[in-house]
Design a protein around this ligand. Structure first.
Ligand SMILES: C[S@@+](CC[C@H](N)C(=O)[O-])C[C@H]1O[C@@H](n2cnc3c(N)ncnc32)[C@H](O)[C@@H]1O
Length: 232
């Protein structure tokens, strides 16, 4: 008998999925892919902590809608890079939503081997286009990704570090979209010590105190700006 106990799908009330799809509607094909992703995530959650267990009842609103809302902020982006993808938010959700679009793909950068294996399996079972880079972001961003239209990160690092990670891609024309919490103003204040940026702030469509920081331009303020996200 398998040691892995599958988390019950009933841990997620149907009303949460309905609320999520009302907030961030998707095609029937995308919904089917997301259903497969959720099933896989619940199966793996028993052996690998992919999301905080307390957030499982709100999986669709808290994690899936949170990820899907980024699409409206970069409607023409086809090549995405998600830093620190973990259990696949937002990267795998974006890959599911973009799967029907010719040329669309998502680079998922994750250094944890177990999570990397999960991300590969998630792309496989959802038949979505993407590449898992099992590596540190700092070692990947210059050499492996190529031209990217949009770079994302959620729950990875303080904003000034994320900006350091994303700088090479934004300098080549990418837009950055970072999902942030209620301390966004403090993080922006810290970030502007190191970086010249003109951020656009969008309040999260999923409620709570979430924000999305949008950046189209990043310039080092001085030589002490942290490179590739290293601590200042
Ligand atoms: C708190 S989790 C967030 C996962 C996901 N983005 C989410 O919002 O659910 C942060 C993830 O980033 C990964 N990570 C942290 N620093 C990294 C780095 N320098 N390079 C690659 N992955 C990193 C960790 O292994 C972890 O899976």
């Amino acid at each position: 008998m398998s040691k892995v106990t599958r988390q019950s799908a009933s841990a997620i009330p149907p009303s949460d999925k309905a609320a999520a799809l009302a907030l961030t509607p998707v095609s029937r094909e995308t919904e089917a892919r997301l259903d497969r992703y959720v099933d896989l995530l619940l199966e793996w959650q028993a052996k690998t902590n992919l999301v905080a267990p307390s957030t499982l009842p709100d999986l669709w609103t808290r994690h899936i809608s949170d990820s899907l809302q980024l699409l409206a902020l970069a409607p023409n982006a086809k090549v995405w890079a998600d830093f620190g993808s973990g259990g696949g938010f937002p990267g795998v959700v974006l890959a599911c939503a973009l799967a029907g679009i010719s040329g669309a793909t998502v680079h998922l950068v994750e250094r944890n081997a177990k999570k990397g294996a999960f991300l590969r399996e998630a792309l496989r079972v959802t038949n979505s286009h993407g590449t898992v880079h099992l590596a540190d972001i700092g070692d990947t961003v210059d050499s492996s990704l190529g031209k990217v239209d949009c770079v994302t990160a959620r729950a990875l690092a303080p904003l000034h570090q994320l900006i350091g990670f994303a700088e090479p891609l934004v300098k080549q024309g990418a837009k950055a979209l970072f999902l942030k919490g209620q301390d966004v103003e403090l993080e922006l204040t810290e970030a502007t010590k190191y970086w010249n940026i003109s951020p656009r702030l969008h309040s999260s469509r999923t409620g709570g105190h979430g924000w999305i920081v949008e950046l189209d331009h990043i310039e080092r303020r001085n030589q002490s700006a942290p490179a590739h996200g290293a601590e200042a």
